[in-house]
Design a protein around this ligand. Structure first.
Ligand code: F6P
Length: 318
């Protein structure tokens, strides 16, 4: 029977990390397990920066964005000596298991700790929705809402001023945020890594569009060297004033929305139950509305699912 667990958040923060933390703490205590938090992810594990936490301390954190136990990118964790120190720190405190909330990099760290005798379970926390084993990651739903609100606002002003807006979302090589936002907001042009357009293709679509005034060109990050140059070319060809908006880290902030909170609480509670059942080296997924676990080592090797179907739906709808 596990007596003590620790929880960490790692990699890019996302809405819902605090919700997950609170739910794990509550669920652990309700199962007579003492929860600890690690500050700044794997860096804190290495630096022995963790402490015991109570239900009272997490009572209101679910209303906040970001992660109250902080996050860090810590590539040094790939070093065996660094990991040995982290494992020593956990063992000195009598902590046998770790809940790791984050994306790909977080999962890789968890898999390495499993090999070193620590029980681990992952919760998918990233706005990018780029973990192939799960239909949804924690943070995606809220980030999508933030993007939708931003584009709705841009529509107001660009309709008033007869403008085109080139809008860039995050995604880190995964088009899910942009594709879903394009469907919701009716973006006239969509370019994502799964279906990249040339500037000429963007212009052709804009010229063929039924929209008279406001037009949105939605692109995913890390695809083009210079969006301002693309906007200039679009303006020249369409003779319509064109502005660029990079949504940036605004997409990562804010408190998780209701659906995100509900899904996250249930996922986190499931994670604790699975740890108690003896599962380790796995992460929680939601697939077709059901929770399940899958070995992390399999997850990190999985290919990205095809986006063909949802891209066709975008083509049909917009
Ligand atoms: O993985 C989340 C994410 O926001 C990506 O969409 C983005 O590419 C990256 O993190 C940005 O990382 P950082 O905040 O370290 O610049």
């Amino acid at each position: 029977m596990i007596k003590k667990i620790a929880i960490l958040t790692s990699g890019g923060d996302c809405p819902g990390m605090n919700v997950a933390l609170k739910a794990v703490v509550n669920s652990a205590i309700n199962n007579n397990i003492e929860p600890y938090v690690v500050f700044e992810g794997y860096k804190g594990l290495y630096e022995n920066n963790f402490e015991k936490i109570s239900k009272e301390e997490v009572k209101f954190i679910d209303r906040k964005g970001g992660t109250v136990i902080y996050s860090a990118r810590f590539p040094q964790f790939a070093d065996l000596d660094i990991r040995k120190k982290a494992v020593e720190n956990l063992k000195a405190e009598g902590i046998e298991a770790l809940v790791c909330i984050g994306g790909d990099g977080t999962y890789k760290g968890a898999a390495r700790l499993t090999e070193m005798g620590i029980k681990t379970i992952g919760l998918p926390g990233t706005i990018d929705n780029d973990i192939s084993s799960t239909d949804f990651t924690i943070g995606f739903n809220t980030a999508l809402e933030t993007i939708t609100n931003a584009i709705d606002n841009l529509r107001d002003t660009s309709e008033s001023h007869n403008r085109i807006n080139v809008v860039e979302t995050m995604g880190h090589g995964c088009g899910d945020l942009a594709i879903n936002a394009a469907i919701i907001t009716g973006a006239e042009v969509l370019s994502v890594p799964e279906r990249k357009l040339t500037t000429k293709q963007m212009i052709d679509k804009l010229l063929a569009s039924d929209s008279k005034r406001s037009k949105i060109v939605l692109v995913s990050e890390l695809m083009y060297d210079d969006l301002n140059k693309i906007a200039e070319e679009i303006e020249r060809a369409t003779k319509q004033e064109t502005k660029v908006t990079i949504l940036g880290h605004i997409q990562r902030g804010g408190r998780a929305n209701a659906i995100e909170r509900l899904l996250t609480i249930r996922m986190a509670n499931y994670a604790v139950k699975m740890l108690i059942k003896g599962k380790t080296g796995v992460a929680v997924n939601i697939v077709n509305n059901k929770f399940q676990t899958k070995p992390i080592l399999d997850i990190v090797k999985m290919e990205r699912p095809s986006k063909q179907k949802i891209l066709s739906e975008y083509d049909e709808i917009v």
